[in-house]
Design a protein around this ligand. Structure first.
Ligand SMILES: Cc1cc2nc3c(=O)[nH]c(=O)nc-3n(C[C@H](O)[C@H](O)[C@H](O)COP(=O)(O)OP(=O)(O)OC[C@H]3O[C@@H](n4cnc5c(N)ncnc54)[C@H](O)[C@@H]3O)c2cc1C
Length: 539
């Protein structure tokens, strides 16, 4: 049997970081097993290309949730990257760390070392920020962070002025000393190309002789001797192969696949596993529970002023955008469509910003936003505003439904299942209406296209939210970090409770979802997790 010091499952956002850091000193051998294949396609590397990868089964797991009772029985479509770089190869690249209190909350939940002051150095370590080093930002790290303020669509400034008119602060850095307020999102791009973890961390690591990557290799089972993980079994090209991990098996499969693999391997609720014919290795009922996600809704507005629709819609506009990109890797193709936004308090009594806003100078009312025809927006000038609660309190779960490792698990997000989440949906709806009716945006808007002025009461808008709100693709928490093995899956050093030689290092360990997009905090988790693996390494 092949053997390596560390076997990493998944070459996504976190796995790429871990592979790099564990191999850097040349003292350990590292194998990365990735179920998907190459990320060398234009639609992954070109920033705007994420519209095209959204439904591409060749690089995307394409999960569906169960019917959601509080969203009118709708099924939510959950794209997840099945490719080198994982979801970080198909995401919208927005770089947001979250609010400092998110991490102080992690620490207060029984996770020493995860408070804001302790995690900030790991955010900085990974970073190569456009504006260089500062107490808040890193320079010279692997992953580039681009400030698009000067390149964002001019209407973003009208959104910011509107926010200021409503009393919100204007922040020039959501990841700096004043993360609250309205402003322009930073993004993970580098010289006009996607700066995924794969590009930033994995590719350089693969130049080292002590790192191996096997693609199209889907791990189906963790191998154990008693309560010690000793390796994994994977399928590749019709073959079933076993590989030994001399030191540790590290799961970086993400918030769906890491808990799925634990359950398939006998770590989960013992009765459930036994009912599927899986011999339990450890009764761990928390595996797959504590699922959290951001749920957003968009309001669409017809605009008197040109928007990205006018640049990206017409054939001539597409050609111009293409030439602009080829000329200096600039223009709309080099960016996300999520350009303006904010972290605001719906009322001054909120202890922290409780709503995240998006202002995207583009609209898709003719094709559902969920189809992500980013290069085919509406044939008229329009834009969208959207919001999601920063810290939803609804909790979902994930369960395997078969012992077949290739069968998809059952995903039940349980959106909008608490009063707090329902209340925040209502205040968020109202806030979008208030933003749209405040100058200067009010003077630019000619009509609310969706949901439309015929809906006025809170109840009508809540019903609209139930009919249209959808995931922002931020599932986390399904292998929760915590001290109590009955409620959590890994300890504060990311070791699976009760099992030796097995860690989970990815977005599934978040105890609570951060107040923003989840890629940057996943990179931080991977940086800190890798540092702990190295500290614990037996020489
Ligand atoms: C469409 C979309 C848009 C998003 N936009 C943003 C954004 O703008 N900003 C932001 O911050 N976040 C965004 N996110 C979320 C962010 O990308 C994720 O939170 C982050 O990538 C999670 O990283 P991860 O390492 O936990 O999982 P992933 O990056 O998903 O990596 C998991 C990897 O493991 C592999 N794998 C899984 N199971 C196995 C197995 N059994 N064997 C072998 N390999 C396996 C997968 O194929 C995948 O490559 C978005 C996500 C999506 C899908």
């Amino acid at each position: 049997m092949d053997s390596f010091d560390y076997v990493i499952v998944g070459a996504g956002t976190a796995g790429s970081v871990v592979a790099n850091r564990l191999s850097a000193d040349g003292k350990s051998t590292v194998l990365v097993l990735e179920a998907g294949g190459s990320d060398r396609t234009v639609w992954i590397q070109l920033p705007i290309g994420y519209g095209r990868t959204f439904f591409d089964r060749s690089i995307n797991w394409m999960y569906d949730t169960e019917a959601e009772p509080n969203l009118g029985g709708r099924i939510s479509y959950w794209p997840r990257g099945k490719v080198i770089g994982g979801s970080g190869s198909i995401n919208a690249m927005v770089y947001v760390r979250g609010q400092p209190h998110d991490f102080d909350q992690w620490q207060a939940m029984g996770n020493p070392g995860w408070g804001w002051d302790e995690v900030l150095p790991f955010f900085r370590k990974s970073e190569d920020h456009d504006h260089g080093a500062s107490p808040y930002h890193g320079a010279g790290g692997p992953i580039h962070v681009t400030d698009i303020t000067r390149r964002a669509h001019p209407l973003c400034q009208d959104f910011i002025k509107t926010g200021e008119a409503l009393g919100f602060a204007h922040t020039d850095d959501f990841n700096g000393p004043s993360p609250e307020g309205v402003g322009i999102y930073q993004i993970n791009t580098d010289k006009g190309l996607r700066a995924s973890s794969a590009n930033a961390f994995l590719r350089p690591a693969l130049k080292r002789s002590n790192v191996a990557l096997r693609t199209k290799a889907q791990v189906t089972r963790i191998l154990f001797e008693g309560q010690q993980a000793t390796g994994v079994e994977y399928r590749r090209g019709g073959q079933t192969v076993q590989v030994k991990a001399r030191r540790e098996v590290i799961l970086c499969g993400g918030a769906i696949n890491s808990p799925q693999l634990l359950q398939l391997s006998g770590i989960g609720e013992a009765a459930h596993l036994a009912s599927l014919g899986i011999s339990p290795v450890l009764n761990a009922p928390a595996v797959g529970r504590n699922m959290q996600d951001h749920l957003a809704v968009s309001y669409f507005y017809r605009s008197r002023r040109p928007t990205l629709n006018d640049e990206l819609g017409p054939l001539l506009g597409k050609v111009k955008a293409g030439i602009h990109y080829l000329w200096n890797r600039g223009g709309p193709l080099s960016m996300s469509v999520n350009q303006g936004g904010g972290f605001v308090r719906s009322d001054p009594d909120q202890p922290f910003p409780n709503l995240q806003l998006y202002f995207s100078p583009v609209s898709y009312t003719k094709t559902p936003l969920s189809e992500r025809k980013l290069m085919n927006p509406d044939p008229f000038s329009a834009f969208l505003l959207s919001f999601n609660a920063c810290k939803p309190t609804s909790r979902g779960s994930l369960k395997i439904v078969s012992a077949d490792p290739l069968a998809y698990p059952s995903i039940q997000p349980n959106y909008l299942s608490t009063d707090k989440d329902i209340q925040e949906a209502m205040v968020g709806n109202r806030l979008l209406r208030t933003v749209a009716s405040t100058k200067p945006l009010a003077d630019i808007i000619t009509e609310e296209l969706v949901p439309g002025a015929h809906l006025q009461t809170d109840e009508e808008l809540l019903e609209d939210f139930r009919q249209r709100a959808d995931t922002v693709y931020h599932p986390v928490g399904t292998c929760m970090m915590g001290a109590d093995p009955t409620l959590s899956v890994v300890d504060a050093r990311l070791r699976v409770h009760g099992i030796k030689g097995l860690r989970v290092i990815d977005a599934s360990i978040f105890p609570t979802v951060t107040s923003g997009n989840t890629n940057a905090p996943t990179v931080m988790v991977a940086e800190k997790g890798a540092a702990m693996v190295l500290e614990d390494r037996v020489q």
